[in-house]
Design a binder for this molecule. Structure first.
Ligand code: ZN
Length: 168
């Protein structure tokens, strides 16, 4: 188990090398959450300055917000949910459903918006989901969602911002 400081130091070290690789191979280079090579990479201090304490805890430290605390849980307008870290559009209202869990839930993400990794931090293995552009942690994906995908993306509302559609 490495500490977060070690991981960010390692990420910084690899970032220089990966930056060169990325410019050559573009999107072929895979992104990994914890050792992230992402389009948007800020230092911990820069993220702290940019985000609220709750956003930082969730997006950058994989904390989980308390259930039923996010106003986005009840958001039913048409529109787009964006990453609170980098503003990438990540989930559409079209894929939102009421899971009853107290967290905003979606049956799919936008194309090329998120990445996943295995999360073994609890007693079982879960699928963690994060922003493909900045690596910000959103939540987890479970297999008990509705059709057509059967997936439930269980997200922290604080990791998202909502922009209503122009004609909603
Ligand atoms: Zn992002």
């Amino acid at each position: 188990m490495t500490t977060r400081t070690e991981m960010s130091r390692r990420a910084l070290l690899t970032a220089g090398v990966a930056g060169v690789a990325l410019s050559v191979f573009g999107r072929l280079a895979p992104a990994r959450a914890s050792e992230g090579t992402f389009e948007i990479m800020l230092s911990e201090a820069e993220w702290k300055a940019k985000l609220s304490p709750k956003q930082f805890a969730v997006l950058r430290q994989e904390a989980t917000e308390r259930a039923f605390t996010s106003p986005l849980n009840e958001e039913k307008r048409k529109g787009m949910f964006h990453c609170a870290g980098c503003d990438l559009p990540v989930y559409s209202s079209e894929a939102k459903f009421d899971s009853g869990t107290g967290w905003p839930s979606f049956w799919q993400a936008e194309d090329n918006a998120v990445r996943t990794k295995e999360d073994r931090s609890l007693f079982s293995t879960r699928t963690e989901v994060h922003c493909r552009r900045c690596g910000g942690h959103f939540g987890h994906i479970f297999d008990d969602g509705p059709p057509p995908t059967g997936k439930r993306h269980c997200l922290n509302g604080v990791a998202l911002t909502f922009k209503p559609a122009e004609n909603a």
